[in-house]
Design a protein around this ligand. Sequence first.
Ligand code: NAD
Length: 422
Amino acid sequence: MAGEDNKKHYRLLSCNEASKHHFERAANKVKIDRQHRSWLKIPFREIAVHLPVVMDDGSLKIFEGYRVQHNNARGPHKGGIRYHPEVSIDHVRGLASWMTWKTALLNLPLGGAKGGVKCDAKNMSEGELERLTRKYTQAISVDIGPYQDVPAPDVNTDEKVMAWMMDEYSKLRGYNPAVVTGKPVDLGGSPGRKDATGRGVASIVEHWANSNNYKMAESTAAIQGFGNVGYYTAHHLNEMGCKIVAVSDTGAAVVNEDGFDVEKLFRHKQETGSVAGCPGSTTLESSEIFSVRCDFLIPAALENAITKDNLADIKAAVIFEAANGPTCPLVEPELAEKGITIVPDILTNSGGVVVSYFEWVQNLQQFSWTAEQVDLELQRKMKNAYQRVVDKASEKKVSLRIAAYMLAIEKVLSAARTRGAY
Ligand code: NAD
């Protein structure tokens, strides 16, 4: 029976359950009436589509696609598109709500949404991915738009996918680059968008280090996931002097106590398809990334990376959630008991949506900013959000996560109340 209780206690929460778990705990600390409390938890609109796509071998395959628009009290819905075999409506629901809290926390005039297609993108050809993207865009085209809902890249989608989405939408509804962000710069993308999430993560790490007596040049980091967010986080941390002592992808973890040359590691992954076997490093099982001795542990892959299975192994002082929802909420009390701080996802990885917002603004203005201007504004926003979260946590004596959610809920609540039942 005790064993069963333990299992129940540690059941992994879905993204949607995790998001609601954090929302409830923060909402308990905010003055919120019952009606708004119920309203802010549920999505405004959920779209499910079935997409027939001709595959390279001539067969017809039907894919499931979703777009969930969680809340637009503060502005048009905003959020990425994920291509992954684990995508489901409930998964997308949770990811969409995280976008509402993230845009509110960063004080962007945007709401929250997320989309996804259940597919094995890594084993599809470029032609298949393009046909799938165009079908998906056609299917959701009436519900997206520059003032309605603005998609962006997420796991297994990139600037090429955003270019196809922009092109397909423009064919159907007239040329409008502001319909998606994360586009190539030549098609109205913003300088600095590609590395913005990693740039933002590195900036949050630096602010935390400065206020906690860590010197970047004497600190070490281990990063789970070496895709867009993981690689650019490693790149920018390295530029700040921080040693990247371990990196993992789905195939392996590699460790180098002297610190990786991040660009060499990146080239190795491009050439071989994995970080495994990178010269000068030791190759371990992918899951062993969590037991590496380091100051900063940075999960930058998928949800539920930190669970009861690796909790005891973690030796880092602080976890920076570069991925969305990488820490199972039910193990957070034990991490706190171990003295491990969590800097929450809605703050840590918000650099991507900040520069997406800048891209949207540039498209609407039909005026391009310089890379320097984008970086300056990004740094300003990240610093401001970090300080507000730290101040709120200290004022209310709550964790950084609860403080971040409290700030976000207060913003959305204020907009929803002021607009009325819009
Ligand atoms: P990506 O597809 O570019 O990279 C994901 C990486 O994670 C890949 O290298 C993959 O091999 C790795 N991975 C997957 N499962 C793993 C595992 N079990 N162990 C180790 N590595 C694993 O995706 P991304 O855009 O870098 O997104 C990563 C995370 O960051 C996601 O949670 C995403 O929602 C979040 N995020 C992304 C952005 C963005 O701008 N791309 C913005 C905010 C948040």
